[in-house]
Design a protein around this ligand. Structure first.
Ligand code: FES
Length: 175
């Protein structure tokens, strides 16, 4: 079957043009929903509702079933990531050196659980198995910066700094 023979959805939004090409390519390769969802997440950082309906038409699977698949796999997100992504290491070295208390501190300070984003969209909290710098445990990464040898106090100060910097950036963008 050629690309032009594949059934097109009734409402391909214009902004999905590149994404659509990728979808059709992947559909030809695998005929599977998972690569399509991965492609959507790579394009948008999460899987928007519009895209779910678009994929639903394209692959002829009900949107409700696609939601089921998305919520089953931890790798997929239905909401965009926050401006700052915090990855807390829960690997063995970090666990032994107090990762639990760092996690509690982050959850209390931000008011979110692992996998969630703050209501203001400033922070997303994720957990990972090892960040590869065990000698600095307990460790978190915020975006691409590593913060090690953490204590709850040090963690609160780091988060405060990111909050202040983000508030400044927002203020600057508003001017
Ligand atoms: S166990 Fe935490 S960085 Fe390796």
């Amino acid at each position: 079957m050629t690309t032009t023979e594949i059934k097109q959805p009734n409402f391909p939004p214009k902004e999905f043009k590149d994404f659509k090409r990728d979808l059709i390519h992947k559909r030809k390769q695998h005929g599977s929903l998972i690569p399509l969802l991965q492609s959507a997440q790579d394009s948008y950082g999460y899987i928007p509702e519009k895209v779910i309906h678009y994929i639903s038409e394209l692959v002829e699977i009900p949107a409700a079933d696609i939601y089921g698949v998305i919520t089953f796999y931890a790798q997929f997100r239905l909401k965009p990531l926050g401006k700052n992504v915090i990855r807390i290491c829960e690997g063995t070295a970090c666990h032994v050196n107090g990762a639990k208390s760092i996690l509690r501190t982050l959850q209390d300070d931000l008011g979110v659980a692992v996998g969630e984003t703050t209501d203001d969209g400033v922070f997303t909290l994720l957990s990972v198995a090892c960040l590869g710098c065990c000698s600095l445990s307990p460790v978190i990464m915020i975006n691409s910066d590593t913060h090690g040898n953490l204590t709850p106090d040090k963690t609160r100060k780091i988060i405060k700094k990111y909050k202040q910097e983000t508030a400044k950036e927002v203020q600057h963008e508003g001017n």
